[in-house]
Design a protein around this ligand. Structure first.
Ligand SMILES: NC(=O)c1ccc[n+]([C@@H]2O[C@H](COP(=O)([O-])OP(=O)(O)OC[C@H]3O[C@@H](n4cnc5c(N)ncnc54)[C@H](OP(=O)(O)O)[C@@H]3O)[C@@H](O)[C@H]2O)c1
Length: 247
């Protein structure tokens, strides 16, 4: 799968080459991990089709998505997304696990599920996978029954700065890849916790006035500013990497 790099330094590359040795953890500020969002939207800015992302991106997007998962200590996701997308084990092949170890990371990332109410079906594939290490950050007091993953509960309520501080301090997490969804993104941006955004744009127009965009919830009091770091094209999609400047 070839990608055309448009900015900076026009040329060609591949998803595996592009998304290697990003060394995100070395950029971690004091007291929390470096946090990178990865999202996809249509040309008209919509973030889901019939409640899912699976028909949004093409093959290049799929490969970039899986390569990005090789670059962070932890993979974070909101309860709505984990339910809608039926998350399973994060790293899908031995080859990708080897890539993580070559890049100095554990073979599998720590999976962090943010769920205030802890309303998660126990039959989610990731919760049934004994090889998955999962932290569930929640305001609820109970535990899920009938799960097989290695689960730990962090009772951090809705306090995302506290969650990130505890991930760094107690779990040694220096980099987090967050795959949304839009509600969790809104909370992270409002708390000034987002350092970068990887954004794929799929060449589709889908309409729908109430359709989700990549950031939901209340408007941000101060818009977050972004600076373009990369722009690429591949398989009909556009791929970009942005530095987010907090307010
Ligand atoms: N286009 C993309 O790249 C992309 C990426 C991801 C998801 N999606 C789509 O987005 C949809 C799901 O998005 P969503 O916005 O409904 O869900 P979401 O952001 O994945 O999850 C929302 C839930 O996360 C928990 N949460 C969020 N912030 C919290 C906080 N500060 N403290 C505690 N809990 C918190 C809450 O869980 P509780 O309800 O348990 O309290 C909340 O209801 C799906 O259709 C999915 O396909 C699109």
């Amino acid at each position: 799968m070839e990608l055309q790099r448009l900015y900076p330094r026009p040329g060609t590359t591949t998803p595996a080459e592009l998304i290697s040795r990003l060394d995100l953890g070395s950029r971690a500020p004091a007291g929390r991990p470096y946090l990178v969002l990865n999202m996809v939207s249509t040309l008209d800015g919509k973030a889901a089709l019939q409640g899912h992302t699976r028909d949004l991106g093409g093959e290049a997007d799929r490969q970039l998505f899986h390569n990005l998962r090789t670059q962070a200590d932890a993979l974070m996701v909101g309860a709505g997304t984990v339910r809608a997308e039926r998350y399973g084990r994060a790293i899908k092949s031995e080859e990708l696990r080897e890539k993580r170890t070559e890049d100095g990371l554990d073979p599998d990332p720590l999976m962090v599920i943010v769920s205030g109410r802890l309303d998660l079906p126990a039959d989610l594939p990731v919760l049934q996978d004994p090889d998955s290490r999962v932290v569930i950050a929640t305001a609820a007091g109970h535990e899920l029954g009938g799960t097989r993953a290695q689960i730990e509960y962090l009772r951090t309520g809705d306090d995302l700065p506290l969650l990130l501080a505890r991930l760094r301090e107690e779990k040694g997490v220096r980099s987090v890849l967050c795959e949304g969804g839009p509600t969790l993104n809104a909370h992270l941006l409002a708390a000034n916790l987002v350092d970068e955004l990887f954004m794929s744009v799929s060449p589709k127009l889908v309409g729908g006035k109430d359709a989700l965009t990549i950031v939901a919830g209340r408007p941000l009091l101060d818009p977050a500013e972004a600076e373009l770091l990369w722009l690429l094209k591949g398989d009909g999609d556009l791929f970009s990497r942005w530095r987010i400047h907090g307010v």
